[in-house]
Design a protein around this ligand. Structure first.
Ligand code: A3P
Length: 295
């Protein structure tokens, strides 16, 4: 696929649309400023839920959990996941209620009514080492993005992830800004949930999310949701559906790979791991967020 002309690129980085200090993927439709404005002014719909996540933190996984809880049916969403970031806003007007809106945007970009009307928000985060590995391998398989100076080598991706920028700038900025948003808006119902906790005990996390949403909490239904959202049945069903496989270079489903905690150990050298530990120590100093690198 031809890459859309980027509005701004780095000499050695990822082709992006640059606006307001943030590198957005080129998949953001049209002019970024206009799109952000349209998202901000999205038409109000009662009971909407927002899922926020830095890319590769388990967005698709969490979406299905939320979708099932919100619809009250333990059935996969298939083609229902569309992100605020990548679609013209008319598409969201056309969605049936209840809507689960997904985004990798920063909190300042979310629809205004969601803040005004205290819509339920869930933010999923994942440890930065697994996130970086997942993103690097995703970008190699995904058929809709472009790079400049990035030729798919892990060393280069890690350098961008830690020292320069990737899409949405950085994992550090993203997680910190969502934490800050939660802290400065204590009246808003925002639930932080980690990929690792979901991996360790999905059933308990489904319960916590259902309580947060105020959705159906019948134990049998929650069991079904947790069973369906385990990696193996979910990736099998989503891959058989073909909606997402069309987006990969090799016919695989780019959104489902291994689905484990700790795969970073197969990619990071000891030196790279120590380097990232230092970056985390520096950039996340004073941040009260517990993320796990192993289970
Ligand atoms: P890996 O590449 O480490 O396997 P996103 O949806 O934000 O793009 O995140 C994709 C990551 O979530 C991928 O990680 C993918 O395999 C993982 N994932 C998707 N569904 C999952 C599930 N049901 N359980 C655990 N991990 C899942």
């Amino acid at each position: 696929m031809e890459h859309e002309k980027a509005e701004s690129t780095d000499e050695k980085g990822i082709i992006s649309k640059y606006y307001d200090g943030i590198h957005f993927p080129t998949l953001v439709p049209g002019d970024v400023k206009d799109h952000l404005n349209a998202v901000k002014n999205l038409k109000h719909r009662e009971c909407d839920i927002l899922l926020g996540a830095f890319p590769k933190s388990g967005t698709h996984w969490a979406f299905d959990v939320l979708y099932m809880l919100q619809t009250g049916k333990a059935e996969y969403s298939f083609d229902k996941i569309i992100a605020l970031d990548f679609e013209p806003t008319e598409k969201f007007d056309a969605l049936d209620s209840p809507r689960v809106l997904v985004t990798h945007f920063y909190p300042q970009h979310i629809p205004k009514y969601m803040v005004d009307e205290k819509c339920k928000i869930v933010y999923i985060y994942r440890n930065p080492k697994d996130t970086a590995v997942s993103a690097h391998l995703f970008l190699q398989r995904f058929d809709m993005v472009g790079f400049l100076g990035y030729d798919g080598e892990w060393e280069q991706y890690l350098e961008l992830f830690t020292k320069k920028h990737v899409y949405y700038n950085s994992w550090f900025d993203h997680v910190k800004s969502w934490m800050e948003f939660k802290k400065t808006n204590p009246h808003l119902p925002i639930l932080f949930m980690s990929y690792e906790d979901m991996k360790r005990d999905l059933r308990s996390c489904v319960q916590v999310i259902a309580e947060h949403l105020g959705s159906k909490q019948d134990p049998e239904f929650l069991d079904q949701v947790a069973d369906k959202c385990q990696f193996s049945p979910m990736s099998k069903a989503k891959t058989a559906d073909k909606t997402e496989t069309a987006m990969s270079k090799d016919g695989s489903n780019p959104f489902y790979r291994k689905g484990v905690v700790g795969d970073w150990k197969n990619m990071f050298t000891v030196a790279q791991s120590e380097m990232l530990d230092k970056v985390v120590e520096d950039k996340m100093a004073g941040i009260d967020l517990n993320f796990k690198y192993t289970l």
